[in-house]
Write a protein that binds this ligand. Structure first.
Ligand code: FE2
Length: 260
């Protein structure tokens, strides 16, 4: 029987419920996305949030998020993005993640699959970095179950995505991660956020999937950040015990009511 998991990413939530990012109210968007998830996809096994949770990096914002996600708490797994305060994240979501060398990560098993979440935050920077000790931890996790289908989640894509300004703020030690993934065929896909649009990129045996933000969208193949008018979304995976899987992005139009 397949296991259904959902990824949401780049929430950019703020303590002020009306705060906007590039003209988008991030709180409203997240609420609408979560309503569609509850209504249409109630029976998910895991809800994985891949970073940029708190745009203002305030403890209060993490507390708001915990409240918004309260009905998913037992199924919730989170990793940081570049817009994050690791300590506040851990303080509020300490029971939903693991700590490895001061990084917020997770390792989980569902439906015969291993799900591993990495922390690619480089404090004070937009680009990402995993570091040797975290890679060593990942290598040990992968070596422990070399034949179990595995999915790896991290905020920063480890492959070029073809948009110059986004590639400049990617994962700076990506090559080292790729070396590990190239010799780990049990890793069926790597799933990221950060670029605020949907992509599928394959290189050697590494399949990279990226997912739209729940907030503002970035137009791909531009020379600078240009917001896109496509709706926000999330990604669904159906994981089969034999290592095969299906995935798709679900878009959620945001309809704002106009009072007469
Ligand atoms: Fe983001």
């Amino acid at each position: 029987m397949s296991a259904r998991i959902v990824q949401i990413t780049d929430l950019h939530l703020m303590a002020d419920p009306l705060a906007e990012l590039k003209g988008v109210c991030t709180r409203t968007n997240l609420n609408v996305v979560l309503d569609v998830l509850r209504r249409d996809f109630g029976s998910v096994e895991r809800l994985i949030v891949t970073g940029d949770l708190a745009h203002d990096e305030l403890q209060e914002t993490y507390e708001v998020l915990r409240e918004l996600l309260s009905d998913w708490l037992p199924k919730l797994r989170l990793i940081p993005g570049n817009h994050e305060n690791r300590a506040f994240m851990r303080q509020v979501f300490g029971d939903r993640l693991a700590e490895v060398d001061d990084r917020n990560v997770f390792a989980d098993v569902i439906g015969g699959w291993r799900l591993i979440g990495l922390d690619s935050q480089l404090p004070g920077e937009v680009r990402g970095h995993l570091g040797e000790s975290q890679r060593d931890w990942l290598a040990r996790e992968l070596a422990a179950e070399p034949f179990q289908p595995t999915a790896v989640f991290l905020h920063h894509p480890p492959l070029k995505v073809g948009t110059g300004w986004l590639d400049e703020i990617g994962l700076e030690d990506a090559e080292r991660l790729l070396e590990l993934l190239w010799r780990s065929p049990q890793v069926k896909f790597v799933c990221c956020g950060h670029i605020h649009h949907e992509m599928t990129v394959a290189q050697a045996n590494v399949l990279l999937l990226t997912t739209p933000s729940t907030s503002v969208q970035f137009l791909p193949e531009t020379e600078r950040l240009i917001p896109d008018s496509v709706p926000p979304g999330f990604r669904i995976f159906d994981l089969e015990p034999d290592g095969s899987f299906r995935t798709r992005v679900v878009r959620v139009p945001i309809v704002t009511e106009t009072l007469p």
